[in-house]
Structure formats: structure tokens, C-alpha cells
Ligand binder design. Structure first.
Ligand code: 13P
Ligand code: SF4
Length: 321
């Protein structure tokens, strides 16, 4: 595929084969490109590693590249920077935020935490560095259940910011968690009614869902897991048809791994493309190329915040198998 920069940029630049140019810049910068499954297919195809939040954090912690190009959203790139204070971390579009992270403002969370002084704070990685700095342990959707299970039963816990993941963890562990009432606009858009209608027209399909979905949707799922877990399940399952209840960017890898299987994106409530994450989709291949060429936008964080946010992330990595 020959993908070029947009007309506006090409007015000042000769046409560029973005795939070739990105490969050349990777060598020149000693850069690694880390991409989340919710990125556009062409970004996934140019990445060195594609993964879920836990996998991406592990890659960021282990890389010996000088520059990390993070094709994901801000909190993910921020986590990579916290793990690599000495490295340059580039995010193709600095506005690629996260509705879930935005649903937990630091001042309000600090006040909430004060009302539960004896509670341990477990925060989902989809939060800002300021929230991480106020947390005892970070978790992702792939290790949240296991992290909570490792905490002594008598210890009360605040779980933030995702109430849906929190409820799922409560159901799986039997623990009573104090939940921050945050949520993801993308995963809350799936319609239970439309899902059930789709199941009627596709009775053979397995429903696979991300735990950020509401409980009413999750109760129809044959399997619940992080993006990597959903991908692995779809690959290993003997079934041929799947209704995928998460951001449909993941379907690119599912289809690549098992082209003979059919993956049906779960419908949102409205007739819109709002099951696509508007934040993730701000990144484009062109912006990724420009970020590498210009070595910006870059993630920059105050050293004290970075140090405070590092501890709970390291704790998570130590508690994850
Ligand atoms: P994963 O933990 O599966 O990567 O999920 C991250 C995310 O943002 C889901 O919306
Ligand atoms: Fe955030 Fe939801 Fe987008 Fe994931 S899908 S990055 S939780 S807004």
C-alpha cells in the first residue's frame, strides 16, 4: 500500500510513502512503535508491537529503544514515560485522551479518598498520572481480578475510575469495593437490546465482551476479557462466528489471525460509529510519521509526579504473572 501525507502537508513536502518513511525513521531514531488494538489498521500494520494496556506497559518497561512512539491514548503514552523517564515518548496526537480518565478529576478524587482513609486505592490504568500518584496499586483489564484477589480480605478497597470494571471485579472476586463512578463513553454505548437482536439472527455466534461494558451487556457474554484475552479466545475457540463487544479496531487483528472466522461488531444504541473510540482514532498514520519526523508532540511530566506515579505501576508489574 502506498499511503501519502495529506494534500495540505504535501503542498510543502514531496509525496512520501509513509510506510517506507516510518521504517527509515525507526532506524534513524532507534525508535519502537507501540500500538493499541483500537488503532487504525494501517497504524497496527506499521507497529513493532500491538497489545492491550498491560502488554504495552510491559513492552514500554523492557524496551532498549531511545524513542517510544506510542500509538494509543494519552494515559498509555504517559505510563510509558513514567516507566522511562530518560526516554523520549511521542504521541501522534496530544489530544488523544480518554473519557474514562477524564471522568476522574484529581481534586474530586483526592476529596473522595479522604472520606475513606483506611482504604487501599486500586486504580485502573485508564487514569491520569495525578490519579496514579494517589493510588496504591494500578491494574489493567487483564489483571484487575487477580490484583484484587491478592489483597488481604480484611483490607477495604477503593476501585477507580471505572465503575463497570469495578462491578465486574466485585462479581468475580466476591469482594465489596468502593467504586468511583467513572465510565467509558465507548463501552457504555453498546445496546443490550440490539445485542440480543443480533444474537437471534446469529444463533451460532459467541459473544465476547470487554469488562468496561455495563453489567446488562456483560450478562449476555460467553467470554469477558481484555483486548488481548478476547483475541486469544477468538483464536483458540472452536467457534467460527463472534459478536465482538468492544472497540472494533481489535477486529483487524482477529481477522488477520483467523481469516476463516467471522467477527461481527456489536451495535451501538444510535445509528452512528460511536463504538469507535473518538480519542484513539485521532491518531493517523500521517500524524505518526510527522511525530517521528519532527520528534513532537512529546509527553513531558514533572519529575515528582512521575516518581509518585511510578510506584503503583511497579507494584502492578510485580503482582502480574
Ligand atoms: P485493554 O486493557 O484491553 O487494553 O483496554 C484498554 C481500554 O482502553 C479499553 O477501552
Ligand atoms: Fe478510554 Fe474508552 Fe477510548 Fe478505552 S475506549 S481509550 S476507555 S475512551
Amino acid at each position: 500500500m502506498f499511503t501519502t501525507v495529506s494534500p495540505a502537508a504535501s503542498a510543502v513536502l514531496p509525496p512520501v510513502d509513509l510506510f517506507e518513511a516510518i521504517q527509515a525513521l525507526k532506524q534513524e531514531l532507534n525508535a519502537v512503535i507501540l500500538a493499541h488494538y483500537y488503532q487504525d489498521p494501517d497504524i497496527q500494520d506499521v507497529a513493532d508491537y500491538i497489545g492491550d494496556s498491560l502488554g504495552l506497559s510491559r513492552q514500554a518497561a523492557a524496551t532498549d529503544a531511545d524513542v517510544i512512539v506510542f500509538a494509543g491514548v494519552h494515559f498509555m503514552a504517559e505510563t510509558a514515560k513514567i516507566l522511562n523517564p530518560q526516554k523520549q515518548v511521542l504521541l501522534p496526537d496530544l489530544d488523544a485522551g480518554c473519557s474514562l480518565a477524564d471522568s476522574c478529576p484529581p481534586e474530586a478524587f483526592a476529596a473522595f479518598k479522604q472520606t475513606h482513609p483506611d482504604h487501599l486505592v486500586v486504580s485502573y490504568i485508564n487514569c491520569t498520572a495525578a490519579i496514579k500518584a494517589m493510588s496504591d496499586i494500578i491494574c489493567t483489564s487483564s489483571n484487575a481480578v487477580s490484583i484484587v484477589q491478592q489483597i488481604p480480605e480484611h483490607q477495604p478497597i477503593i476501585f477507580a475510575p471505572d465503575q463497570n470494571l469495578g462491578r465486574y471485579v466485585m462479581a468475580q472476586t466476591g469482594r465489596d469495593l468502593v467504586l468511583w463512578q467513572g465510565s467509558c463513553i465507548v463501552h457504555e454505548t453498546f445496546s443490550e437490546k440490539k445485542l440480543v437482536q443480533l444474537q437471534i439472527t446469529h444463533p451460532e455466534a459467541a459473544v465476547i465482551a470487554h469488562p468496561e461494558c455495563e453489567a446488562a451487556v456483560l450478562r449476555h457474554a460467553d467470554y469477558v476479557g481484555s483486548t488481548t484475552a478476547l483475541l486469544n479466545y477468538a483464536q483458540q475457540s472452536p467457534q467460527d462466528q463472534f459478536i465482538v463487544v468492544t472497540e472494533p479496531g481489535i477486529i483487524h487483528q482477529m481477522q488477520k489471525q483467523t481469516p476463516q472466522k467471522q467477527f461481527i461488531p456489536a451495535p451501538p444504541l444510535a445509528s452512528c460509529a460511536c463504538n469507535e473510540c473518538p480519542h484513539m482514532r485521532l491518531n493517523t498514520l500521517e500524524k505518526l510519521y510527522l511525530a517521528m519526523r519532527d520528534r513532537q508532540p512529546e509527553i513531558v511530566l514533572p519529575a515528582d509526579l512521575q516518581a509518585a506515579a511510578l510506584k503503583p505501576i511497579q507494584k502492578m508489574l510485580a503482582m502480574s504473572t
